[in-house]
Design a protein around this ligand. Structure first.
Ligand SMILES: CC(C)(COP(=O)(O)OP(=O)(O)OC[C@H]1O[C@@H](n2cnc3c(N)ncnc32)[C@H](O)[C@@H]1OP(=O)(O)O)[C@@H](O)C(=O)NCCC(=O)NCCS
Length: 212
C-alpha cells in the first residue's frame, strides 16, 4: 500500500492533535462528526453548502467527495484531506491543496471541526500543523485561505497565524451576492506556534505532491 500510496504513512503530530490523510475507517468516523453538527443551523460558512444536504445522503456525500479527491490526486493538482484526531477520535478535517505546486510553491487550506470541539484553540493548532508541514517540509512559500466576512472563528485563526487580507471574490450564498474574503500568508510572516511539529513519512510523499 505505502509503495503505491505513500500518503498512507504520513502523520503530523502537534501537542494535542494527530493529522493523517483520510482513509475509509477514519472517514466513517468523520461522517458521524458531521451528523452531530458543524455549525448552527442558521449559519453557512461553506461555499458549497454540503452541511445542508438531505440527511439521508449527507454521509454518502462526505464519502464520495473525499474519494473523488483521492482518486484525482496527482503531482500537478492535489488536495490532501487530513483527518484530525484528538485523544484518538476523529474530530474534524483539515485540507491542504496545491495546484502546479512544483512551479507555484503555493498551497491553500480549508477546515472544519465538529461543533463540540470548537473554540478550544484546536482549529488554530490544526491549521498551524499543515502550514508548518507545507513551509518546512514541502518547501511552500505562500499559503492562501478564504472565509465569509461573518465567519469570526475562521478569521480569528487566520489573524492569529499571520495572514493578511488579499481582496475579495464575489460569490453567491443562499441566492445572495456576498464578498468572500481572500487571505494570504507568505512563509516568513507565519506566526510560529511555541511547539514543534512532528512529521513522519514525508519522504515518500514529496514526488507525489510535486515537492521533490
Ligand atoms: C473555523 C474553525 C475550524 C476554527 O476552529 P476553532 O477551534 O473553533 O478555533 P479556535 O478555538 O482555534 O479559535 C481561534 C479564534 O477564534 C475565536 N473564535 C472561536 N469561535 C468563535 C466564535 N464562534 N465567534 C467568534 N470568535 C470565535 C477564538 O476566540 C479564537 O480567537 P483568539 O485567537 O482571539 O483567541 C471552527 O470554528 C469550525 O469548524 N467552524 C465551522 C466550519 C468553518 O467555519 N470552517 C471554515 C470555513 S472558511
Amino acid at each position: 500500500m505505502s509503495r503505491h500510496w505513500p500518503l498512507h504513512d504520513l502523520v503530523l503530530r502537534t501537542p494535542r492533535l494527530e493529522l493523517r490523510p483520510d482513509d475509509d475507517p477514519g472517514l466513517a468516523e468523520l461522517v458521524e462528526v458531521a451528523y452531530a453538527g458543524v455549525h448552527p443551523p442558521g449559519e453557512m460558512p461553506f461555499l458549497v453548502p454540503w452541511t445542508e444536504a438531505d440527511p439521508a445522503y449527507l454521509g454518502r456525500g462526505v464519502l464520495q467527495y473525499s474519494w473523488s479527491q483521492r482518486a484525482a490526486l496527482a503531482p500537478e493538482r492535489w488536495k490532501v484531506q487530513f483527518l484530525v484526531r484528538h485523544e484518538g477520535a476523529v474530530i474534524g478535517m483539515q485540507s491542504l491543496e496545491g495546484v502546479d505546486f512544483a512551479i507555484t510553491r503555493e498551497v491553500s487550506t480549508g477546515s472544519w471541526l465538529g461543533m463540540r470541539h470548537q473554540g478550544r484553540g484546536l482549529g488554530t493548532e490544526m491549521r498551524a500543523a499543515v502550514l508548518l508541514f507545507a513551509f518546512d517540509h514541502l518547501g511552500a512559500v505562500r499559503a492562501r485561505s478564504d472565509a465569509f466576512p461573518d465567519n469570526h472563528a475562521s478569521h480569528a485563526v487566520s489573524a492569529r497565524l499571520g495572514y493578511r487580507r488579499d481582496g475579495t471574490t464575489t460569490v453567491v450564498r443562499r441566492g445572495r451576492s456576498l464578498q468572500d474574503v481572500r487571505l494570504l500568508l507568505d512563509a516568513p510572516d507565519l506566526v510560529r506556534p511555541p511547539w514543534t511539529l512532528d512529521v513522519e513519512g514525508v519522504e515518500g510523499c514529496r514526488g507525489l505532491l510535486g515537492a521533490a
